[in-house]
Design a protein around this ligand. Structure first.
Ligand code: NAG
Ligand code: NAG
Ligand code: NAG
Ligand code: NAG
Ligand code: NAG
Ligand code: NAG
Ligand code: NAG
Ligand code: NAG
Length: 529
């Protein structure tokens, strides 16, 4: 009794504390990082899995996991290597695959045989199926559907209640439903079920197919503004449609109207729409909103206090925390965490992880867009700060090592070694044709300072950015020899806000040769703040 009487007030105050500090609402965007084209599905463990596009970055098709739809962790990828042919290895011939790779694809768990399926049309306009026994892999290529160019553009996969696989996709301005063979690896037939013209649109994209209470629903959108929802008693139609959102106010100042994504039901029976807001220079940021079902069988989005896509809503489920997106990596163990992705496929003989990351030069070039083994990491939040600590003892003559603000217009701070001279260099405006074509500009050196030859061969490089879509979009670059005091080098670089590259800024850790291969650097730590 005595024990209880002492504990009771303690317990009561602990409960009170939990109520006071317990998170009951969430904020949009749910992740302030570039994860476009989400397709959310529920796994065998009742967790939510979110597949995203990452185009020419390798590994491809990142997978995120959550237990509450709000807190997410990047746990792996569906495409271990972008083995679609073409320029995905950045060959010496100069071929490249910018804007190719994985986009607007679909991920599902198939209960009947405990198999995960990823399906997507990649450049060069072929549809691939990858499967895995577990969401964390191993993922392997299972099929190329219709060699010769069947492209399930912006597709959504459904395993029906009777286990029949269907894929909904766009072809020109038509929406089509294909029935796949029982193994999900080839097409049985395909039927045009809906046209963009039926809703007065020129084009229609971002397709998903659901079966809810015996009714088939197609979710898709007019690029830029409008989400449509279509329903039918048969996968083959006829479908009737309603608008789910149209030019809705973004939860983010300066962000675009959310209009593409996926629907998901929680174990409590509630439904949500996960979309994304276009927010360059940052990228496309996931935003979540509840939906309710009307008596006509169509869903209705629940508006927020802003009268549009809310910047805040009640938590869908109890909070289930995930590791912080901001962290310091020290490259423990022998593999890279899945939050890192390479620009195109890496040359795996040119890097090692072993309680540090050794990057050997893998290309001889003066064009960073042709250099292999640029390691990238998404920037996080409105004011990202990336800091890399590098041991450059083994740099070779002509080598360049840098930390970049990396996309189709890039800038960096780095070290250029020429002979026995090591020059800290800030370079702006490396420019790629944003439609994925040629390099338009190899950049301009805007500031340099020589490192004393006697100094230690360790350096910290940093970039600070403002990636808010309505922000200054300023980026600055600095260095430090002690990891404490940083010295700015060069002025302000304006981050590019164009959308055509489809992906936002990342940190790029680059190490390449201009004279001969053989040099290397050691990345000792990388802090994403
Ligand atoms: C799952 O089904 C597909 C299609 O039938 C088949 O290719 C695959 O081998 C199956 N996987 C397992 C683990 O049974
Ligand atoms: C879509 O348009 C084509 C071309 O006009 C037409 O042949 C087809 O019947 C239309 N599909 C539907 C589902 O109305
Ligand atoms: C599906 O049916 C159940 C049971 O009748 C009902 O409670 C639920 O609201 C329905 N869901 C939808 C999305 O229509
Ligand atoms: C994540 O880390 C940052 C920086 O250390 C901190 O400000 C933030 O509160 C952390 N977020 C969570 C959810 O713990
Ligand atoms: C990793 O480093 C340790 C200690 O330096 C060394 O003993 C080991 O052989 C290395 N492993 C690999 C795979 O290089
Ligand atoms: C950029 O550098 C590459 C590789 O040296 C070269 O082929 C290309 O012509 C350069 N582009 C421009 C626009 O200077
Ligand atoms: C950046 O490069 C582009 C393409 O060459 C050029 O049009 C632009 O003027 C350059 N900007 C600066 C600030 O040098
Ligand atoms: C952005 O950079 C410009 C040019 O250097 C500068 O004038 C402006 O004050 C900066 N804005 C912010 C918010 O730092």
């Amino acid at each position: 009794m005595l024990r209880f009487s002492i504990l009771a007030p303690l317990l009561a105050s602990a409960l009170l504390l939990a109520q006071v500090t317990g998170q009951t609402t969430f904020k949009n965007p749910v992740i302030y990082e570039d994860f476009p084209d989400n397709d959310i599905t529920v796994g065998p463990d009742n967790a939510f899995y979110f597949s995203a596009s990452n185009f020419h970055y390798s590994p491809g098709a990142p997978i995120l996991k959550s237990f509450d739809l709000v807190n997410w962790q990047l746990i792996g990828h569906s495409i271990p290597r972008l083995d679609f042919g073409g320029g995905y290895d950045l060959p010496a011939s100069g071929e490249r695959a910018y804007r190719g790779g994985t986009w607007a694809s679909s991920l599902r768990y198939r209960k009947s045989n405990k198999t995960w399926y990823w399906i997507g049309c990649t450049n060069f306009w072929n549809t691939w199926v990858y499967t895995a026994p577990s969401v964390t892999g191993p993922w392997t290529r299972a099929a190329n559907i219709g060699p010769g160019g069947t492209c399930y553009y912006d597709n959504g996969l459904l395993f029906d209640d009777d286990d029949t696989p269907y894929v909904v996709y766009t072809k020109d301005a038509t929406v089509n439903v294909a029935q796949l063979a029982a193994d999900g690896l080839s097409q049985v037939k395909s039927v045009n079920v809906v046209n963009a013209s039926m809703v007065g649109a020129d084009s229609i994209e971002g397709n998903r197919l659901y079966k809810i209470n015996g009714t088939y629903y197609i979710l898709n959108d007019k690029p830029g503004s409008t989400t449509y929802i279509w329903k039918s008693k048969s996968p083959w139609g006829p479908y009737t449609s309603k608008i789910l959102v149209d030019s809705i106010k973004s939860p983010l100042n300066g962000g675009g109207s959310p209009h593409q994504g996926s629907l998901v039901q929680t174990p409590k029976g509630d439904w949500y729409y996960m979309s994304f807001t276009w927010a360059f220079p940052s990228g496309r940021l996931p935003v979540l909103a509840p939906i309710k079902w009307g008596s006509d069988g169509f869903p209705v989005l629940v508006n927020g206090a802003n009268g549009g896509w809310g910047d805040s809503y009640p938590m869908p489920l109890n909070v289930h925390a995930m590791p912080n997106w901001t962290t310091t990596y020290t490259f423990q163990g022998t593999s890279l965490p899945p939050t890192f992705e390479w620009n195109h496929n890496p040359d795996t003989t040119k890097y090692t992880v072993n309680n540090s990351l050794t990057l050997s030069t893998a290309s001889i070039t003066t064009d960073i867009y042709s250099a292999r083994n640029t390691l990238t990491h998404r920037v996080h939040g409105e004011y990202p700060v990336g800091t890399v600590q590098i041991d450059f003892t083994n740099m070779a003559d002509g080598d360049r090592v840098a930390l970049a603000a990396f996309r189709d217009r890039s800038s960096y701070i780095g070290i250029h070694r020429d002979g026995s001279t090591y020059t800290l260099t800030t370079k702006f405006n490396m420019t790629l044709d944003e439609w994925g074509g040629s390099t338009l500009d190899n950049g301009t050196v805007v500031a340099t300072t020589k490192l004393p030859t006697s100094s230690s061969k360790k350096i910290w490089l940093r970039t600070n950015m403002d990636v808010r879509p309505d922000g200054s979009n300023n980026a600055t670059f600095s260095y430090s020899t002690d990891g404490k005091s940083f010295v700015l080098l060069g002025g302000t670089y304006k981050l590019y806000t164009g959308w055509a590259f489809f992906l936002g800024y990342r940190y790029g850790i680059l190490n390449w040769a201009t004279k001969a291969l053989g040099g290397s650097v050691k990345v000792l730590s990388f802090t994403v703040a």
